[in-house]
Design a protein. Structure first.
Ligand SMILES: Cc1cc2nc3c(=O)[nH]c(=O)nc-3n(C[C@H](O)[C@H](O)[C@H](O)COP(=O)(O)O)c2cc1C
Length: 245
């Protein structure tokens, strides 16, 4: 488990990538080389994710007709219409059980650390078991109340308790993967635009999403056109957001 040597040069390259990333709304018609796309997707999969349960999927739209339909489903936004690549990034609230079993079988039985075994055999089930359908929130409220009662005497994870919580849970990890993908494209000199302006029902149908799967964002990627940036980047003052406690 040797780690590569990280130097000031690496940091200055990282600065270049992070600080030059912008949301681009118009792309040229240049294609992105296949190896670049695949590497960026791999970098997405390398993102940190909750319990390493990898509750994500990435649907790269490959056919011209599919891209056209996806652009329509992204409200005909110009970023979508002009993109060389469109990647639908989804989360799942339901694949964690299967992935828990996959996690356990990844380790040879004789070498699996006890903590890992207990975590994936017991704790994930306690933590992530939520009913996909819970009329009137009976089960979710019961689970939340139980956690709050235990929380009176010791620290305890207070959620997820509902399907909505599970969506938020999976979304965090998917969003991290999305950022890796977008920074990856930037590192290769390409640009992206994350999009949440889309018709989820139509994208569900187009990507044939499974039960419990939902769209977190669609990433448009390509080479920035001359008029692809609409304005300079700005943020509110950092004191508003960065706090020392
Ligand atoms: C989750 C998410 C959804 C977004 N949805 C859209 C979108 O639908 N259309 C769009 O043009 N930009 C979209 N953006 C881009 C933001 O508007 C943009 O990141 C923000 O204005 C800051 O600009 P910058 O990315 O150039 O720094 C989205 C960004 C994120 C992170």
């Amino acid at each position: 488990m040797n780690r590569p040597n990280i130097t000031a040069t690496t940091a200055s390259q990282f600065k270049k990538v992070v600080e030059s990333r912008r949301s681009v709304r118009k792309f040229t018609d240049e294609a992105i080389p296949e190896d670049v796309v695949q590497q960026c997707l791999d970098w997405g999969l390398a993102a940190p994710n909750s319990s390493n349960l990898q509750m994500w999927n990435f649907y790269r739209v490959t056919s011209p007709a599919g891209k056209k339909a996806m652009a329509v489903n992204c409200m005909n936004q110009s970023a979508a219409k002009t993109a060389a690549e469109l990647i639908v990034c989804t989360g799942s609230t339901r694949n964690w059980k299967k992935h828990t079993r996959m996690m356990l079988s990844y380790w040879p039985q004789e070498r699996i650390p006890k903590l890992v075994k207990t975590y994936y055999e017991k704790l994930t089930f306690i933590n992530y078991s939520t009913p996909p359908v819970d009329p009137f929130g009976v089960v979710g409220n019961a689970k939340k109340t139980l956690r709050d009662v235990v929380g009176l005497v010791q620290p305890i994870a207070r959620w997820p308790n509902t399907e909505e919580d599970m969506k938020a849970w999976a979304s965090k990890s998917v969003a991290l993967a999305c950022e890796n993908i977008m920074l990856g494209f930037r590192a290769h000199g390409y640009d992206t635009c994350a999009m949440e302006g889309f018709d989820e029902a139509r994208i569900r149908k187009q990507c044939k999403l499974k039960k419990g799967e939902f769209v977190v964002m669609v990433i448009a990627a390509g080479r920035c056109a001359e008029n692809g940036l609409y304005h300079d980047q700005f943020r509110f003052e950092r004191e508003r957001f960065i706090h020392e406690i």
